[in-house]
Design a protein around this ligand. Structure first.
Ligand code: NAD
Length: 392
């Protein structure tokens, strides 16, 4: 019998379950490229339910308790309750939206921990170097919310370029101030758009933006196949410096690891075209927080949007809440009800394999057997020091 510690975001302040806006979600049969959707033996929830909060329990309780395990579900990720249970936990489940940071210090206090499972994508809240040293497996539900994030990124690019938020505010305030709305509004058509990291999400964004009549650029440490570059008419850049000086909009989709930590600092921002936009739904620590604020204030950046902050949740006085020309949301892009159904099923699939002693799908692995593995080996680096993002 194992203890599973599951950290989820708090329930809606209006109560659980919510009154759902729709009766069902569309069935996705496979991911782009053919990767199969999560395939657990069974699920104990109805797709479309709110599963990512404490009362939703990722739909795991019935399955885990029937197998004789103990499931603890809490939203207390920074306080004493988490650390008390961590000392006995064999599995910790956490979501990037409400991350239970697993720093080296915390891993040292978890002698029974064997599996750190991310219900979603992005395992930088786990110190990967410490997990490697401790022999802990780190796994995530690859592809579960990639399209969800891609849709959010496209929405935020349009939100910034079209100056949506100020126009919406005029409506709420009872105004009809056309000139105030449009003095910063442009068409996306004809702009140069640069994608940082053309992985699952980056490619999905490029496919969705191509019909807008933009010129697409990208930078990735791994170049895409020539056929794909030709199909989407992509311009490849072999450095982030080359990309940012060639585009009007930068859209970031790289994992956070030592090579991407603080990639966007004042020096790089100063080389961007005046009035550039940045959308970052990857990880906040890829940019330098206060350098982004300064670039918005100086006009180097015309807008900044995204849904990732550091730490999470951010303080009430976090400068990104009040900086000019932003269109930030809380970390929500990858946790739509549609995405939750997939990552809850994927979490169950990984647990079923883990407890059966069967191999976890390679595409779900980040760390295994004392080394980066699976997707982790191609998308992350671990340099022996603390992973950025793991320490709140
Ligand atoms: P992926 O593994 O499919 O792609 C990552 C890409 O990044 C790869 O092509 C890799 O070559 C590239 N890369 C790695 N290091 C790089 C570097 N130094 N410079 C340039 N490119 C580099 O991952 P994905 O599914 O597309 O997800 C990407 C990231 O998006 C995740 O790691 C996560 O941090 C973030 N994410 C956010 C949310 C959200 O809710 N906001 C949800 C899912 C994922």
């Amino acid at each position: 019998m194992a203890k599973i510690l599951c950290v989820l975001y708090p329930d809606p302040v209006t109560g659980y379950p919510p009154e759902y806006a729709r009766d069902s979600i569309p069935l996705i049969e496979a991911y782009p490229g053919g990767q199969s959707i999560p395939s657990p033996a069974d699920i104990d929830f109805t797709p479309g339910e709110l599963l990512g909060c404490v009362s939703g329990e990722l739909g795991l309780r019935k399955y885990l308790e029937a197998a004789g395990h103990e499931l603890v579900v809490t939203s207390d990720k920074d306080g004493p309750e988490f650390e008390r249970h961590l000392a006995e936990a064999e599995v910790v489940i956490s979501q990037p939206f409400w991350p239970a940071y697993l720093s080296a210090e915390r891993i040292a206090k978890a002698p029974h921990l064997k599996l750190a499972l991310t219900a979603g994508i992005g395992s930088d809240h786990v110190d990967l170097d410490a997990a490697i040293k401790a022999g802990i497996t780190v796994a995530e539900v690859t592809y579960s919310n990639s399209i969800s994030v891609a849709e959010h990124a496209v929405m935020q690019i349009l939100t910034l370029v079209r100056n949506f938020v100020p126009s919406y505010k005029w409506v709420i305030e009872g105004g009809w101030n056309i000139a105030d709305c449009v003095e910063r509004a442009y068409d996306l058509e004809g702009m140069d758009v640069g994608i940082i990291a053309a992985g699952r999400i980056g490619q999905a964004v490029m496919r969705r933006l191509a019909p807008f009549g933009v010129r697409l650029h990208y930078f990735d440490t791994r170049r895409l196949p020539l056929e794909l570059e030709q199909e989407l008419n992509l311009t490849y850049h072999d450095s982030v410096e080359s990309l940012v000086r060639s585009v009007d909009v930068v859209d970031i989709h790289a994992p956070l690891h030592p090579k991407t930590y603080h990639m966007f600092d004042a020096d790089l921002l100063a080389t961007m075209r005046r009035g550039s936009y940045i959308v970052n739904t990857a990880r906040a620590e890829i940019v330098v927080r206060d350098d982004v604020v300064a670039a918005l204030e100086s006009g180097r950046l015309a807008g900044y949007a995204g849904d990732v902050w550091f730490p999470q949740p951010p303080a009430v006085d976090h400068p990104w809440r009040t900086m000019p020309h932003h269109a930030m949301t809380p970390h929500v892009s990858g946790t739509t009800l549609s995405a939750q159904a997939r990552y809850a099923a994927g979490t169950r699939e990984i647990l079923e394999d883990f407890f059966a002693g069967s191999p976890i799908r390679d595409e779900y692995l980040i760390v295994d057997g004392g080394a980066l593995a699976g997707v982790g080996a191609s998308s992350y680096t671990a340099d022996g020091s603390a992973s950025p993002g793991a320490q709140a």
